[in-house]
Design a protein around this ligand. Structure first.
Ligand code: G1P
Length: 843
């Protein structure tokens, strides 16, 4: 499997890699050993870093070597090391750094084992000269042992909690308490540094940072020979450093000295004993191979072979990204310094898109559990805990409503239904989320149910998944502003549009909700029931008997929430009426001079765009929701390319330059133009836009959009090590690596649109939209789960025809030709042979 990448570094490009295991131990690590290590938001073993921390090498991980008395650092920070040759190899998930000069080569392999909460570094120092060298080594690992909040808040006071013990080859700190936003809690974590070597004996330990620095600095410490501490000593109340110094040894020509450095976060002494096992290199290697195999398996749920080797390798990292996002959310990596763990509502649903493809049996359970986050007023919990179905209103009880939130669950659920044919999920009953907020969070109530679960007449109140979906989308549809578009509330997909909650309206999500009503109608037509159970108030809202405000009043008072049966046809009829009204409204009022879609209404009640300004979000949501006619879709594509396409920096920007800090729209426009939510090439939206273009078979445009984005990520100047970043800035530099909803959408785009694996209520068909240059020697393939079975689909395009010139000539399943074109079960290898559209006229 291709999942490693080796490059030569001649500078610090800002590359970093996450290392992690399923226990929640997470590192960020750079080829210069910057980055941090933690087990949760409250347990950072190494001081938390942000983006700039990647260039601050003095306070994270280092080993100071003295070679014939001259100092050389593992992290290469010294001036005379700047011409070292450095090779950087990244695997899923480990890094190997090889640093060499005329004197030595140091090769360091770093990983986090699958089961142990420790970062392991296997370091091999090799004397490259023909002469014996004198070598000394001292580790330099400041042990932070607290939460990011303490960097500037109680930094000193929290050092007074430290209780540090010196053990053979190790320094262990177990602070008495943990101070953080939750209050003062008894601390149960041991933060440790161990360093072992068969060829070197420990000379002295320096656990106290003051003694290590000793009037010098982090870069030039003056206390390396301090030998006042011995094994079994306990030191209390100081900043701790894992500084373990070894006796000088002789290293013969070509001889290798091996060191094992570990940094651990343990919950008990047994776990610390397990860390010590890593001094046995055979054990370490076994655990290393286990780690590589683990990620290889985890990331083998889908594999694409197309374009070229470089693309195949790139996509192999992209398919890992949703896995990382599922576990890390938007936290724990250098760019994601705003994250506190947990995940946001929108991301929760988007990350499931890729998981649905993985054949993971927990997907259904996750979808069902997630619906427990919906309030009966159509809003939802915003913070999702680490456990399935764990929701909170908001960390600080500052509640926001994102106008798009109600739209995403249906997209994910429909995809699950299409992949599996399982419409039964819609009739499963789920709870509603409840806290003090009512009326789309505009009001609060006195009585709150226990555990954030809505109860009625002393019993937990349930509704079907269908009911949850219907109410979310109906409310999104009806919650309109003065211009008739869905109210923007506190933002939509663009989190930066957060200052227009009075008059703001979102055109993009008006279109999304409209299409969701069409999807609901389609679902209703495809399920084999005549009647559905809904609560009375919802039916009245659907019928138009009550307005949204009245609905909010009713449900907040627990009125009209008894279930009644309603005929499916009645719902379909009413939804169709609503759909027609909005379709005609959109075609009349949602465009800028019939050239493209208008984006927003600002907080002054004015439309944002004229012919010279545009937001990609509106064009994307139009296309992915099949809103425009074919002709208008082409018009949109032409104009969007004119206004937003910038090939050099990765393709489609998020918006044109509004040239003002629009306080009547949101913080995004305080960002300099070309950055993040103000006009960067925002990968997630650019990918969804490409998806929308394929919807309309605008394959030239769609392919250009996605290929430009992917190619920018491969360009050395983009600073992207592997995978796709959240966005490219005005210089085309990638930011916010690994953790982005983009990855799920790229996989969806490749599988569904380019490779045309179409699933509709559990029926598979093929509709490839591959371009000639997507094929490698006439062949493009993917391996994926279909109907829960691994399946390899190979498209054969011998004549190297482009999209539009070919059609499916023949399908062979496991070597046997079949005349079927729609399948409800399949496994093994499927060859889909493409030939010219008029091939049968030629025979
Ligand atoms: C991030 C957030 C996502 C949000 C987007 C735009 O994007 O995670 O929820 O919609 O910013 O504000 P991502 O890169 O994850 O797609």
């Amino acid at each position: 499997m291709i999942n490693n990448k080796k490059i030569r570094l001649n500078k610090n490009n800002g590359y970093y890699l996450p290392l992690f295991n399923m226990n929640g131990t997470v590192s960020s690590i750079t080829p210069f050993f910057a980055g941090d290590l933690k087990k949760s938001y409250y347990n950072y073993a190494l001081e938390p870093i942000s983006e700039l921390g990647m260039y601050n090498l003095t306070r994270q991980r280092n080993i100071i070597f003295f070679v014939n008395s001259k100092r050389f650092d593992l992290n290469g920070q010294l001036e005379h090391q700047q011409d070292d040759e450095v090779f950087y190899e990244v695997n899923q998930l480990s890094q190997i750094v090889t640093r060499s000069n005329s004197l030595f080569e140091i090769k360091t392999k770093s990983f986090i084992p699958v089961n142990d909460d420790v970062e392991v570094h296997h370091i091999k120092y090799k004397n490259k000269t023909n002469e014996t060298q004198k070598l000394k080594a001292i580790t330099s690992i400041p042990l932070y042992g607290r939460s990011p909040e303490n960097i500037h808040d109680h930094r000193h006071v929290t050092s007074l909690l430290n209780v540090c013990e010196i053990v053979e080859n190790g320094i262990i700190n177990k602070p008495t308490l943990s101070f953080d936003e939750r209050g003062h809690k008894s601390n149960n974590n041991y933060y440790s540094v161990f360093c072992f070597s068969d060829s070197m004996k420990v000379k002295n330990y320096i656990p106290v940072l003051d003694d290590y620095i000793n009037g010098g600095s982090f870069l030039l410490p003056r206390g390396l020979d301090n030998d006042k501490y011995h094994v079994k000593d306990i030191v209390k109340g100081y900043e701790i450093i894992g500084a373990i110094a070894f006796e000088e040894v002789e290293v013969k020509a070509n001889e290798e000295i091996v060191l094992v450095l570990t940094i651990g976060i343990s919950e008990n002494l047994d776990q610390i004993e397990k860390i010590k096992k890593y001094q046995d290199i055979a054990y370490l290697e076994e655990k290393y191979n286990e780690t590589i195999k683990f990620f290889d398996k985890l990331n083998s749920y889908i594999t694409f072979e197309f374009d070229n080797e470089e693309r195949i390798e790139q996509v192999k990292w992209i398919t890992l990204q949703p896995i990382l996002r599922r576990f890390l959310g938007n936290s724990y990596l250098p760019h994601h310094d705003y994250g506190h763990g947990g995940r946001g509502w929108r991301d929760l649903w988007q990350d499931l898109l890729a998981l649905i493809y993985s054949g993971d049996k927990t997907v259904k359970e996750s979808i069902i559990s997630n619906f427990a986050g919906v309030r009966i007023d159509g809003s939802n919990a915003t913070i999702i805990g680490d456990k399935l179905g764990e929701f909170k209103a908001d960390r600080n009880q500052i509640v926001r409503v994102w106008s798009d939130h109600g739209a995403w669950p249906l997209l994910t659920t429909k995809m699950y239904i299409d992949e599996t044919g399982d419409t039964e999920i819609l009739f499963i009953k789920q709870k509603y989320f409840d806290d003090k907020f009512t009326h789309y969070t505009k009001k609060t109530k006195e009585t709150i149910s226990d555990n954030n679960v809505m109860t009625y007449m002393n019993k937990v109140y349930y509704g079907t998944i269908f009911e949850h979906i219907l109410l979310e989308n109906l409310i999104g549809y009806l919650n309109i502003g003065k211009h008739g578009f869905t109210r923007l509330e506190d933002a939509d997909w663009n989190d930066g549009l957060d200052m227009a909650n009075k008059e703001g309206e979102t055109v993009p999500f008006t279109m999304f909700y409209l299409n969701n009503l069409r999807v609901i109608v389609d679902i209703l037509k495809n399920i084999k029931v005549d009647k559905l159970e809904l609560f009375e108030g919802l039916i009245e809202l659907l019928d138009g008997k009550i307005k949204l405000d009245e609905y909010f009043n009713l449900v907040s008072n627990y009125e009209k929430i008894d279930k009644v049966e309603i005929k499916k046809e009645v719902i379909i009829k009413r939804l169709n009426e609503l759909i027609k009204i909005k379709e005609s409204f959109i075609s009349k009022h949602a465009t800028v001079n019939n050239n493209f879609y208008q984006s927003y209404v600002n907080n002054d009640g004015k439309f944002l765009d004229d012919e010279k300004s545009m937001s990609l979000t509106a064009q994307t949501m139009g296309l992915i929701n099949n809103i425009p006619s074919k002709d208008f879709a082409l018009e949109v594509a032409l104009n969007t390319k004119k206004l937003l396409f910038d090939k050099k920096i990765g393709g489609y920007r998020l918006n044109t330059d509004y040239k003002e800090v629009m306080l009547n729209m949101g913080r995004a426009y305080g960002f300099a133009y070309g950055h993040k939510e103000n006009g960067a090439v925002f990968s997630h939206m650019a990918t969804m836009y490409a998806y929308g273009l394929y919807n309309y078979s605008l394959v030239d445009y769609g392919h250009e959009a996605i290929a430009t984005l992917l190619n920018r990520a491969l360009d050395k100047d983009s600073g992207v090590l592997v995978g796709v970043p959240e966005y490219f800035n005005d210089r085309g530099v990638g930011k916010y690596m690994y953790l982005t909803g983009t990855a799920s959408w790229i996989i969806k785009l490749l599988r569904e649109q380019m490779f045309g694996i179409k699933l509709n209520y559990g029926i598979l068909s093929f509709d490839p939209k591959l371009e000639a240059n997507n094929f490698i020697n006439g062949r493009a393939s993917l391996e994926t789960y279909i109907f829960n079975k691994k399946c390899k689909i190979i498209y054969l395009n011998e004549k190297n025809l482009s999209y539009g010139k070919y059609k499916i000539k023949q399908i062979k399943v496991n070597g046997q030709e079949t005349i079927e074109r729609a399948f409800n079960s399949i496994s093994g290898t499927v060859e889909v042979i493409l030939d010219e559209i008029n091939w049968n006229l030629w025979i």
